[in-house]
Design a binder for this molecule. Sequence first.
Ligand code: NAX
Length: 331
Amino acid sequence: QQSPLKVAVTGAAGQIGYNLLFRLVSGALAGDRPVELRLLEIEPALKSLEGVVMELDDCAFPTLAGVEIGSDAEKVFDGVNLALLVGARPRGPGMERGDLLEANGAIFTAQGKALNAVAADDVRIGVTGNPANTNALIAMRNAPDVPASRFSALTRLDHNRAIAQVASKVGVPVTEVSRMTIWGNHSSTQYPDLFHARVGDRSAAEAVGDDAWIVDDFIPTVAKRGAAIIEARGSSSAASAASATIDAARDWLFGTGSPGREDDWVSMAVASPGAYGVPEGLISSFPVRCTDGDWEIVEGLDLNDLSRERIDASVAELVEERDAVQALGLI
Ligand code: NAX
């Protein structure tokens, strides 16, 4: 019997949480390995979270090794191997960007410190809560004993959206699309790159054969997909965000690539080592391959003028966000 993987989820009573927890413990993350859940919520949401735990019980998942809930991060994060930081403060009416960064800063400084104090030595931390890249940066900088490489922010949903758009445009199954990359910030400045992506054995840009579509349709559709879903559904993407959160964690822990396509890569926002001109230490999205719980940026890709320009613009936004949280004393 393998020891349970201890997985923390914050914001567990929220809409992503409701779509995430059941799949996390039914094999989508770790196959047959048992999973122990540690669920963090703010005090007013604990009652609702208790209802979710009742439903988890009622599924009688053979791989669910236990559930603990609470509002004290140091208790909930104790000994966790994976922390999925989903809960965040949404932008309320009349809230300025600075207010948003400050409200989330309070959450992610506290959670970074708690992870630093009590998480397992092998902890990996994935941030889904927005602004995801900067929240991850804040947590990372407040956890000095956890290696910076253990923090990442979610751009996998954007990555999956980009794959779906290309597959549909070319008329192939999504499994034909590989080497997709989202560069930069998880925001409307993100850059989904079709020049290194592949459809079958061809360049995706060539397979599409329509550069105007890439610039005028594909890039904005991927970047604004979240808003389109709010418009259609009346609330923000939750099931797809949960699915991407699991895809990202699974590949990080257990490796990227698939049979016959071992060298495929995925998009993850990670602390830049200075790659592709992205300032060191910024949490920016890159093409990465993962093996045994460690990621490595795919090096040596040639960037055309469009790619360079778009990546620089998104990174400039990340620099601005970093400077703003630095001015607030959060990092
Ligand atoms: P909800 O508002 O449904 O749930 C958020 C939950 O977090 C709430 O239950 C709230 O009580 C809890 N929470 C707030 N502060 C907390 C704290 N300090 N500790 C623990 N829990 C806390 O939002 P939901 O739709 O689930 O989205 C969660 C986050 O994901 C949001 O920040 C959202 O913007 C972000 N998203 C990120 C995506 C990505 O691709 N990176 C896509 C989907 C989503 O928009």
